[in-house]
Design a protein around this ligand. Structure first.
Ligand code: SF4
Length: 365
């Protein structure tokens, strides 16, 4: 099996910019990006990220905002914050070098079982199997294991077999070969067993059950939220707040807003959210854009209105920073993707005529 799969990998592996890379730092960055992001996206983003932060030292000395900005659009921003935190630890305690064992790697921020095994095996040749969703599927099919792989004993069995199968001479290539097989021929639906190098050893294929193994979980319904947010204008500048570092989309900037309650109109919700979040009373002038966006565990419809202040005092609530920023400078801030789409449209459309008009009532907040 090892010979067959590695020969197939050598001949047909998916070409990616980080394949053949030997620098542990660059391998680490690729593996962190690949955890939650599609390969096609990582292909485009890996090189530019490394051009900006070419070494552990460069990453360690960057500001959190600078790293988040370079990560913009990749999602799961906790990964970017952990990358930077781990780089700082490497600089402080490991002379700027990644350690080569799973245990030492797992002591660093952001290193779970997958990342530690991937970096240890690919960068340092450590004989440890990587187990991700693709590997689980391939191994479950090889064993014709049709129980739920999320159950602990089943997962333990699959991990044990994955480790036993690992090629000790080429552990990094073996891990990548199994993951590649799961991402290509051994796909969740309609696996291409006729051209699979492991077909003769595959119990699910022999039993004709490859499409039924492993057992799939019924997907939970994804909640949907309706959000109202505001482009609050003052003297040609727009109000933006920075989310707390330690939550969802932590450290990113966004336009003030929040969930619409059942008994509110969109405009009412927009004004209430702005008041609660910023202390400002605003006049909601007109709808600018509506954007649909899906996160992993929920989806949103984001309605963004133009608004102008009528009174109140600017004070942030639930944000780490709150400020009016010229439109020309907003592009330099890191935004979540839905806000970024609004911002791109705003830059193209330009500010409304009243964006620079003097504040009408109760003076300037
Ligand atoms: S034979 Fe089919 S089910 Fe078995 S590992 Fe290969 S592609 Fe997957």
């Amino acid at each position: 099996m090892r010979r067959a799969l590695l020969a197939h990998y050598d001949a047909h592996r998916r070409e990616m910019p980080w394949r053949g890379e030997t620098d542990p730092y660059r391998i680490w960055v690729s593996e962190v990006m690949l955890q939650q992001t599609r390969v096609e996206t990582v292909r485009e983003r890996w090189g530019p990220f490394l051009a900006r932060f070419p070494s552990v030292r460069a990453l360690a000395s960057a500001s959190e905002h600078g790293v988040l900005k370079a990560w913009e659009g990749l999602g799961y921003y906790g990964r970017a914050r952990n990358l930077r935190r781990a780089a700082r630890e490497l600089e402080s305690f490991h002379a700027g070098r990644l350690p080569g064992t799973v245990d030492a790697l797992r002591a660093l921020p952001g290193f779970g079982a997958y990342t530690a095994a991937a970096v240890a095996s690919i960068a340092f040749g450590a004989p440890v199997a990587v187990v991700d969703g693709n590997v689980v599927r391939v191994v479950a099919r090889l064993l014709d294991e049709d129980r739920d792989p999320a159950r602990a004993p089943v997962r333990a069995r699959l991990e044990g077999v994955a480790q036993a199968l690992l090629d000790p001479a080429r552990p990094g290539d073996w891990n990548q070969a199994v993951m590649d097989l799961g991402a290509t021929l051994c796909s969740p639906r309609a696996p291409q067993c006729l051209v699979c190098p492991l077909a003769s050893a595959c119990a699910a294929h022999a039993a004709g059950r490859e499409e039924r193994v492993p057992r799939r979980r019924r997907k939970k319904a994804v909640p949907h939220h309706t959000i109202a947010a505001a482009l609050v204008w003052r003297d040609g500048e727009v109000l933006v707040g920075r989310r707390p570092s330690d939550g969802l989309l932590g450290g990113l900037w966004e336009f003030p807003g929040g969930k619409v309650e059942p008994d509110e109109t969109l405009a009412q919700a927009c004004a209430r959210e702005v008041r609660e979040e910023t202390g400002l009373d605003v006049e909601v002038v007109e709808l600018f854009r509506t954007v649909e966006h899906a996160y992993t565990h929920f989806s949103i419809t984001l309605h963004v209105f133009h608004a102008r202040p009528r009174g109140g005092r600017l004070r942030g609530e639930g944000v780490e920073d709150l400020r009016f920023v010229p439109l020309s400078e907003l592009a330099a801030l890191a935004f979540p993707r839905a806000n970024r789409r609004v911002l791109d449209d705003l830059v193209a459309a330009g500010p409304p005529a009243y964006a620079t008009a003097p504040v009408a009532r109760r003076g300037r907040p």
